[in-house]
Design a protein. Structure first.
Length: 251
């Protein structure tokens, strides 16, 4: 699924990837010797994910595979003609992730892809000035970095406008370096379990500092949500809606 993030007057109005209804804040660089307000270093967007990803149960219920991926490329998409004419708007960033290894798969999952293109974030622009936009909880996703991530195949539905493979959520992208989860890349708003005192990201907290294989073993030992059992052949967003008695049926 590839939805545009549209930025107007500093507010993120529409989401990218598997998120929706985003709002924006900034991480600022302090001004030195100037009365001007600090210039934003990065716009940090918050949003509601399409699918839950806080627990291991969420991962085995709504993802298809746990994959080791490497970011191999990135490129920018053009801003809309309307935004270019206005001199301000949003430039989407598309990253290509190569699937290096599959660590876990749910029963009857579709075959895993070899590569995936994700437009999760991008840059705002005002004239010639560009400022990165990143989602809260998202890692840097720079070329050459490796991640362990639950991936899920999305089909067109009332809430998904384009079929494709996506991370379960941006917060589920775990940096992986030297066989250690949490090493190798900075994550916006998260620096391990100590930065999550309410344990909102339980599976990430538990996996942080461990190995990819240990996380895969956790998923293998975890049962899906029993309430989702009758719906496991449905698209994941429809599955989730069915569990919660809401309407995300296919179009």
């Amino acid at each position: 699924m590839k939805l545009r993030i549209k930025v107007t007057m500093g507010t993120v109005l529409v989401a990218a990837g598997t998120c929706a209804a985003l709002t924006a804040g900034t991480l600022a660089v302090a001004a030195t010797g100037s009365s001007k307000p600090p210039a934003p270093k990065v716009v940090v967007a918050d949003g509601d994910d399409l699918l839950p990803s806080a627990t291991a149960t969420d991962w085995v219920t709504y993802s298809d595979h746990l994959a080791v991926v490497t970011v191999t490329a990135e490129h920018a998409l053009p801003a809309s003609a309307e935004e270019v004419a206005a001199g301000e708007g949003f430039i989407p960033r598309v990253i290509t992730a190569h699937v290096d290894k599959i660590l876990w798969s749910r029963p009857d999952a579709p075959a895993a892809p070899t590569t995936m293109d994700w437009d999760l974030d991008g840059w705002t622009f005002h004239g010639d000035v560009q400022t990165p936009v990143r989602l809260d909880g998202e890692p840097s996703m720079a070329v050459g970095e490796q991640y362990v991530v639950p991936i899920t195949y999305l089909s067109p539905t009332l809430t998904v406008n384009e079929a494709g493979w996506e991370p379960l959520s941006t917060e589920a992208l775990l940096p992986d370096a030297n066989d250690t989860l949490g090493a190798g890349a900075q994550v916006i708003g998260y620096d391990g379990p100590a930065s999550d005192p309410t344990h909102e990201s339980a599976v990430k907290d538990d996996a942080w500092g461990g190995t990819p294989e240990e996380l895969a073993a956790t998923l293998a030992a975890t049962a899906p949500d029993p309430a989702a059992a009758p719906y496991m052949q449905l698209p994941p967003d429809v599955r989730f809606a069915s569990v919660n008695n809401s309407d995300h049926t296919t179009g």
